[in-house]
Design a protein around this ligand. Structure first.
Ligand code: ZN
Length: 260
């Protein structure tokens, strides 16, 4: 079995300090000074330490590990940007068209939800009760609530095309998703949530910015601004300029302004 590669533990304390300091700026003399070697011998000590097999092996390994870590972090950033780029913000916030009260009522009359109807009946019962207690004349008893379009209103239903209330357009409702249900990409679009006086405010990541960062990373932005100025393009530009000049001349003469 090959002997294990030396690691930091195999070095003396001073060597270890030197390695850690050297990795900060790759300056052997300064690293030797910071590791506690005397100013006078720092240069030669630094050179000697770099030639030491164990020291240089540990330095090489730690440097490689650091490089891999940096590459890994860069990959994570790119992966994150890519997820944000692909995510659909409508998964977080969208506008939905709910059925209106008249969409699905009988003969398109106003429709109650079950709890609303139960409350209306209860209220009526109460009014009847007090009318009886007060000994009111039957003719003056409160009339029962009118169920109109019936019970069972459900805003989640599709608007009815023949609805006289909304003409099939329904009611526009701002709809916010349960943030726990978002896909990984969409949840990375959410930059923050807060409760305000007007309701819940959701801050989304700026996808234009994300697009710009990705484009820059892939070298797309530079290509986008390099215009292919062919003869045809130059001619079109000149023709446009002439048209603009002509327009200015005409406007001026119509307004009675001398062009010179
Ligand atoms: Zn409707």
């Amino acid at each position: 079995m090959a002997p294990p590669l030396p690691d930091l533990a195999a070095l003396s304390i001073k060597q270890r300090l030197f390695v850690l300091e050297y990795l900060k700026d790759l300056n052997a003399t300064q690293a030797a000074i910071r590791a506690g070697y005397s100013l006078k011998t720092a240069y030669s000590q630094g050179q000697r330490l770099l030639k030491n097999v164990e020291v240089s092996t540990v330095i090489a390994r730690l440097a490689r590990e650091r490089e891999e870590r940096i590459i890994g972090e860069a990959d994570d950033v790119l992966r994150r940007l890519w997820q944000q780029f692909q995510a659909d913000p409508r998964e977080v916030v969208t506008v939905r068209r709910d059925a209106c009260r008249f969409c699905h009522g009988e003969r398109h009359k106003y429709q109650f939800t079950q709890p609303e109807w139960d409350l209306a009946l209860e209220a009526h019962e109460g009014e009847l009760e007090s009318a009886r207690r007060e000994g009111l004349d039957r003719a003056r008893w409160p009339v029962p609530p009118n169920p109109r379009g019936g019970v069972g209103f459900d805003p989640r239903k599709r608007p009815a095309g023949d609805c006289p209330g909304c003409h099939g357009r329904g009611v526009a409702v701002l709809w916010l998703a349960d943030l726990d249900d978002l896909s990984p990409g969409a949840s990375r679009l959410v930059a923050g949530v807060k409760q305000t006086r007007d309701g819940i405010e959701v801050k989304l990541v700026d996808q234009m910015k994300v697009t710009e960062l990705l484009a820059r990373h892939h070298g797309l932005t530079r290509e986008a601004v390099v215009l292919d100025v062919t003869e045809g393009f130059a001619e079109a530009l000149e023709a446009g300029r002439q048209r603009a000049l002509e327009h200015v001349r005409r406007t001026r003469s119509e307004a009675g302004i001398s062009s010179h």
